[in-house]
Design a protein around this ligand. Structure first.
Ligand SMILES: [Zn+2]
Length: 123
């Protein structure tokens, strides 16, 4: 497994149909694979950042706001193509955060990232 050093860089991401697009500053060293009921269905690999790191370029009106369980996260899917490009939440200290579905980042080889398993199912 290759080592990803801690470094924040700018990336661009989009949904499948292109209605939703964004730029985001991310540190890939914190990438996770979660086993909760939604992530195991989605197959997403996530990286979290402060909400302020995300700049939505298009698609604000196309986004659904799906919540379940303890409603800690707002799962934001494109109404046209159904792809969840990111999820918004709030940390216990009140900080607005965003989880980016790394599979939606342009040109990213997600399978080469050393994503850590995260036991979201137990939360
Ligand atoms: Zn779309």
């Amino acid at each position: 497994m290759s080592q990803t050093k801690s470094e924040t860089k700018s990336y661009s991401g989009s949904c499948h149909c292109g209605a939703v697009s964004y730029d985001v500053a991310l540190d890939l060293a914190g990438a996770i694979k979660c086993n909760c009921s939604i992530c195991s269905r989605l197959g997403a690999v996530w990286a979290f950042a402060p909400r302020s790191a995300l700049t939505l370029k298009s698609g604000n009106r196309e986004l659904t706001d799906y919540q379940f369980g303890k409603k800690r996260l707002r799962h934001r899917r494109c109404t046209t193509c159904g792809i969840e490009t990111f999820a918004e939440g709030t940390m216990p200290d009140g900080t607005a955060t965003v989880g980016i579905n790394l599979r939606c980042i342009d040109g990213m080889d997600v399978d080469k990232l050393p994503a850590r398993p995260f036991d979201g199912r137990s939360l």
